[in-house]
Design a protein around this ligand. Sequence first.
Ligand SMILES: Cc1cc2nc3c(=O)[nH]c(=O)nc-3n(C[C@H](O)[C@H](O)[C@H](O)COP(=O)(O)OP(=O)(O)OC[C@H]3O[C@@H](n4cnc5c(N)ncnc54)[C@H](O)[C@@H]3O)c2cc1C
Length: 462
Amino acid sequence: MSSSLPIIWRSNSEEYEKARIGRVFNHRRPKRLPLAVVEATCTSHIIDTVLLANQRKCCVSVRSGGHSWAAWSVRDDAILVDLGSFHEISLDEETGIVKASPSTTGRMLNSFLAGKGRMFAGGHCPDVGLGGFLLQGGMGWNCKNWGWACQSIAAIDTITADGSFIHCDADQNSELFWAARGAGPGFPGIITRFYLQTRPSYSHMRSSAYSYSKGDYCRAMDWVLSISADFDSDTEIVAVSSYPLGNDDIEITVLLVTFKNSEEAALKALQGAEDSHPTGTVGHWFCKSTSLEQEYNDQARANPEGHRYTADNAYIRNDANVAELLEEAFTTLPSRKSFALWYSMAPVSRRPLKDMALSMQSDHYFALYTVWEHKEDDEQCQSWVKGIMRDVEVHSEGAYLGDSDFQVRRTRFWGEKEGVKLREIRRKWDPLGRICGYLDAGDISGVDGLENVHEWATKVKI
Ligand SMILES: Cc1cc2nc3c(=O)[nH]c(=O)nc-3n(C[C@H](O)[C@H](O)[C@H](O)COP(=O)(O)OP(=O)(O)OC[C@H]3O[C@@H](n4cnc5c(N)ncnc54)[C@H](O)[C@@H]3O)c2cc1C
């Protein structure tokens, strides 16, 4: 083991505190105290951390971008390996496969690829790390048509729970390759490199938006629900409820972003919405020029740094009355910076998925992002989320790992057989639970992982 392991042991020092939570996006920071933090800069640091954890019989937790809402990387008595300073990006121009380290963010990756005429449909937020994002499946740009970001993983390099370095793809170590596409924060290894298939970039990104006052919620939702599944295949569609800056009331905005290579194609793609949208908009634009950089900036504004957050989500069943079910969430936001979102997932949700751990989806992705500034408002904001989710969960198939907190709500995250297979793979590859698994209340799930059943709505007390 290298004597130069950059390790910061638990203490009262500022250095430890910064290493513990300095890179955690959510300012509703956990009290949990890791035994130590390793700020890895190379693969051998990661291997040495796993060997050290084996020696001391403790767990290892991982941080890539630090954006998990519940700060999954911060675990009591574990050694946290922080990959924030472990960097790699290189593109094979022949195959279009980019090799990237897990702390590479969506913005970093696309800035690198832009000059080479390529893009990767990573997360909407510029600063989410590839590590957490891809392991969960990854709801990236135009996911409803292009599919889950993890479907573009060609291979991974991983350090296993016993400290071995292995390559995993469809032919070698294929069980871990299967798990890396949907296991989320229960992946039984530490990924050091993703091999990702990129796509050609688009010269004409355009957007249209239609905003309605709260009183027109039903008209706006009914409309967007009616057009989305069959809409143009390079266009993503979202409905967001928020308080626009300086406005005292909630507005519902339907936003369409299209990826095309000519003005004519973009106009043609967006024209259907322009022709069919309900009258009475309070704000509106059509086929406005945009770019990934601009969209990233808008996302960063909607998710400001230095704030307290609670997120939750559900895949609403396709036979539910979606507009009615989501009305309370969309029209009663608990704080000025919070927002509720419906993200169209059809037609991808109607196509068979590749064989991989990711196996939960429906036409309707619904998420709450509750954003506030002061600790005194924790109770009010968190209770609001619980109240909404209690009513929504019974009409849901399950939830997306990426916007979940298993300390609060555990539900179905995989199809039944995939959930069972994932448990078997986790047991086989990490029988001692050396790599921290799913953070449930009290952090007790360990090697067993999550039950993968709706276990909450009927019991919840608010
Ligand atoms: C503002 C914001 C916007 C978001 N937007 C989107 C979006 O558009 N689409 C979407 O799908 N999700 C989105 N998310 C959710 C996001 O993808 C998840 O929170 C994800 O876990 C963040 O990944 P990370 O690496 O930044 O987080 P981290 O907190 O660093 O990692 C989360 C966990 O993933 C596991 N992990 C991470 N890296 C590795 C690794 N190398 N090896 C093994 N395990 C690892 C670990 O268990 C780790 O604790 C958003 C989140 C935020 C805060």
